[in-house]
Design a protein around this ligand. Structure first.
Ligand code: PMP
Length: 421
C-alpha cells in the first residue's frame, strides 16, 4: 500500500457498533481549533480529555449537593457523603474488587504508590531485601521504592525488556530471588505500550512470597480489568487518565492486606478515637483518607466510570487496537521514523524518534497543525537510558481517537522531514 494512502478497509465512523462520532461529540474540547486547525489530540496517555457528563457531574457536585462529607448531619452533607461514598462501589464493580471497602480514594496513582511504599514496605523491609521492578517504570513506580530502600537498606533492582519492548519472562524470573519482597510493575508501559502479563507475574511473585503491586495507570484505561482474576495485592490508577478529573486516584488493595497497614497520613476522618495521649484508627479504607478529600472530583470520577462502562471496556479495547495497528502501519511509512516499542499485543501508545529532528522540535512543529503529542522522557528516564535515547515523541490513543488523526500526524511528520531536509 502507498505509504500516504488511507486504508479505508475499516471505517472509523462505526467500527463494529462503536459509534466514534457520538463518542467524539461527548467531548466538548474535541471540537475546538488549535492554530486554526482541528485539534488532533494524541496525548491521552498524559491526561485524557473529559466528556461532558464528567464536567456536568463536577459542576453539579458544586451547584447541587456541595458540602463537606462524613461530618455533617444536614441534608447537603448527607447528599454529598452518599454521592462520594457511592463511588467506591462503582469503582469496585468496575475493576472486579470484592467490595467498596477495598477501594482507597487517593490523590492519584503517585500518592497510592507512595502509600504502599511507606505503609507496607517501610515497616517490613530489612537490609538486603529486594524490590523488583522493570526497566520500563514511570518514576512514580521507582522513586517511592528508592526512598524506602534508602531508609531500610533494601535493594531496588530492575529487570530489562527485550529490544523491541517485549516483556521477557526469563529476564523477570532470573531476577527473582529468595530476598525479593516486592514485585511492582506497570500493567501497561506508558512509553512502550507493552502489556505486562501481570496475572502470571503475580503467581510467580506469590510463589516467592513477594507482594505484587500493579501500576495500572495505562492499563485500566484501555482494557477490562478484574483485580481478583489478576490476583495482585495492589492495583493503582489515576482518574485523570480515565476521562475523569485531576486530583483523584484509586488504590485497590486486598482487604486482608489493607487491614494490616498502619495509616499513611494522620488527621481528621481517619480516626476512631483521639485523646491527647493516643489515637486509634478507623478501619480501611477510611484509615488511609485523612483530611477533607477531593469531593466533587471523586463524584465526577464516578461519572467517568459510568461513562466508559456505558461504552464497554471490551469495545474500547477493540477500537483502540484497531487504531493502534493502523497508527503503526501509517507511522512506519514516514521516512526516518523509528518506532520504540513494538511488542505483540501492545496497547495505548506509539513512541518514536525521527532521524531528522529532536522530539521537542517534532512536537513544536506539528503543534502548528493542531496535532498534540508528547515529547520528552515521559517520566521514564531509566528506560531512555536503556535505549540510549534522551527522549522520544509519543502519540497516544484514547476512546475518541480516529485513524484520520494518525493520517494528520503522519502528514505533519512528513512536513517535519521536509523542514529539516
Ligand atoms: N504510572 C504510569 C504508568 C503513568 O503513566 C503515570 C502518569 N503519567 C503515573 C504512574 C503517575 O500518575 P499520576 O501523575 O496521575 O499520579
Amino acid at each position: 500500500m502507498d505509504a500516504n494512502a488511507v486504508d479505508t478497509s475499516m471505517t472509523t465512523n462505526m467500527t463494529g457498533g462503536y459509534d466514534i462520532e457520538k463518542i467524539r461529540s461527548d467531548f466538548p474540547i474535541l471540537s475546538r481549533k488549535i492554530h486554526g486547525k482541528p485539534l488532533v489530540y494524541l496525548d491521552s496517555a498524559a491526561s485524557a480529555q473529559k466528556p461532558k457528563v464528567v464536567i456536568d457531574a463536577l459542576v453539579s457536585a458544586y451547584c447541587d449537593t456541595y458540602s463537606n462529607v462524613h461530618r455533617g448531619l444536614h441534608f447537603l452533607s448527607e447528599a454529598s457523603t452518599d454521592a462520594y461514598e457511592a463511588v467506591r462501589g462503582k469503582v469496585a464493580h468496575f475493576i472486579g474488587a470484592k467490595s467498596g471497602d477495598e477501594i482507597v480514594l487517593t490523590a492519584g496513582a503517585t500518592m497510592a504508590l507512595n502509600m504502599i511504599a511507606q505503609c507496607w514496605a517501610l515497616p517490613r523491609l530489612k537490609a538486603g531485601d529486594e524490590i523488583l521492578i522493570s526497566i520500563a517504570e514511570h518514576h512514580a513506580n521507582i522513586v517511592p521504592w528508592q526512598m524506602v530502600a534508602e531508609k531500610t537498606g533494601a535493594v531496588l533492582r530492575a529487570f530489562p525488556v527485550d529490544e523491541d519492548g517485549s516483556f521477557n519472562m526469563t529476564a523477570f524470573t532470573d531476577m527473582i530471588t529468595a530476598r525479593t519482597k516486592i514485585v511492582s510493575v506497570p500493567h501497561v508501559s506508558n512509553v512502550l505500550g507493552t502489556v505486562f502479563p501481570v496475572a502470571e507475574m503475580a503467581k510467580i511473585a506469590h510463589d516467592a512470597n513477594a507482594l505484587m503491586v500493579v501500576d495500572g495507570c495505562q492499563g485500566v484505561v484501555h482494557m477490562p480489568v478484574d483485580v481478583q482474576a489478576l490476583d495482585a495485592d495492589f492495583y493503582v490508577f489515576s482518574a485523570h487518565k480515565l476521562y475523569g478529573p485531576n486530583g483523584v486516584g484509586i488504590l485497590w488493595g486486598k482487604a486482608e492486606i489493607l487491614a494490616e497497614l498502619p495509616p499513611f497520613l494522620g488527621g481528621g476522618d481517619m480516626i476512631d478515637r483521639v485523646t491527647i495521649e493516643k489515637s486509634t484508627y478507623a478501619l480501611p479504607p477510611h484509615r488511609f483518607e485523612a483530611g477533607t478529600p477531593a469531593i466533587a472530583e471523586t463524584i465526577a470520577l464516578g461519572a467517568a466510570v459510568d461513562y466508559v462502562q456505558s461504552i464497554g471496556m471490551e469495545a474500547i479495547r477493540s477500537h483502540e487496537q484497531d487504531i493502534l495497528s493502523y497508527a503503526h502501519q501509517r507511522l512506519s511509512a514516514v521516512d526516518g521514523l523509528r518506532l520504540i516499542g513494538t511488542a505483540v499485543g501492545k496497547s495505548g501508545v506509539v513512541s518514536f524518534t525521527m532521524d531528522c529532528a529532536h522530539p521537542h522540535d517534532i512536537s513544536t512543529i506539528i503543534d502548528n497543525d493542531g496535532v498534540a503529542i508528547r515529547a520528552g522522557h515521559h517520566c521514564a528516564q531509566p528506560l531512555m537510558d536503556f535505549y540510549d535515547l534522551p527522549s522520544t515523541a509519543r502519540a497516544s490513543v484514547g476512546i475518541y481517537t480516529t485513524r484520520e488523526e494518525f493520517d494528520a500526524l503522519a502528514i505533519s511528520l512528513e512536513k517535519v522531514n521536509r523542514i529539516f531536509a
